[in-house]
Design a protein around this ligand. Sequence first.
Ligand code: ZN
Length: 449
Amino acid sequence: MNARALLVIAALVALVGGGYMAAGRFEGTPPSVVAPEQLVVGKAGATLSIEIEDPASGLRELSIRLLHEAGSQPLSDHSWPGGLIEGGLPGGRTASIEIEIDPVAQRLPDGKATLVISVRDWSWRDGFSGNRTELSVPVVIDTRPPRVSVQSGLTYVYRGGSAAAVYRVDSDVPVHGIRVGNTFFPGHPHPADADAHIALFAIPVDAASDPLVEVVAADEAGNEDSVRFPARVIERQFAKSQIDIDETFIARVAAPLARTAGLPVVGPSETFRGVNEELRARNERMIRERVQDGAARPLWSGAFTQLAGSKVMSRFAEHRTYNLGGRKISQARHFGFDLASTTAARITAANAGVVIFAEDLGIYGNCVIVDHGLGLATLYGHLSQIEVETGQSVAQGDVLGRSGISGLAAGDHLHFATLVGGTYVDPLEWWDPKWVRTHVGVRLDPSPR
Ligand SMILES: [Zn+2]
């Protein structure tokens, strides 16, 4: 091949290559923009997060504006370095943008607005001004908090005890209820008063002393209002007990539970600790999760019943220390009542409701949970047999199963617990017809309160 031919080939390569490149610089794929479908901005403001990408030519310009009834406001302008020949720099192909929207500082009027996001790339399209993507995001700016007002009078609540609160909210809000310290108890529409809401709440056993009890409401924009609820907390002491366990019990009862749960079965004390602490925590998380989505109206009526003919073996919130060979190896708070009757006794629903759990649950063995509505639930553990199914409605006194020794139990008994909004409460109050009438019944009743 002579030099001239080589030159022709070189020129051809340059032309084809150049054409190839030019074709590439003429690419027609606009930048991709991932943004929220809508945005609700409250008084505290909101953060807008967007992801933009342009793999072919690279990002060139971004502009974000907010159009509202009072005008248009630029929120962000950004350009990326690059040139018409080479396009964007390699580092300018993707970007994550976060923009703070602060209606107070930016003097944005309440109402509907539109966020316009416009992005251009370094392509030669559109007379070298690039491919453009424009996205409109509907925005609602709402800086007015909802207003709550308390309807219930002074309420006495024991630590570990329950109460009901009636309140009003001046607008439709997605979140409202009672907050006790850090624990939130969601409220529900009042069944007999369309303008009011009702929430069952409790003073958790481990709440701070004299905890703040408030009615809270938060709208979609995150604006919150809270007012103090007139609750007086009555302190009480809970029993403490020492429980001596032996290696036989650990090998026979705890080790199989540890194995099933995938926990290490090593020395006796570690095995027991794993079951009593780690497995217990897991089981409690599951219970709290399940009782979350109960009925928004009361399914129960009147007082709850204690298992017929049963003897109380252990009371609510007893603090248990477990000893092995005279040495403390673990501890736990016992949040239920242990009720002993006969072997394989018929276990009945303490009140009407819907079965929301009916299967094995670690330390509680065969376990049934009944939802009674408004966040109230009862739990029945250590059963030898379950005779109901999840989703089934039960009346007070309906048989749920038979007592037994499944789970972490030393002898045939029923572990019975009551929960309000996922917090364990003393069942004694709910077993007392007078308490149920004077503390909950009157607040559910439409007659003057
Ligand atoms: Zn128990």
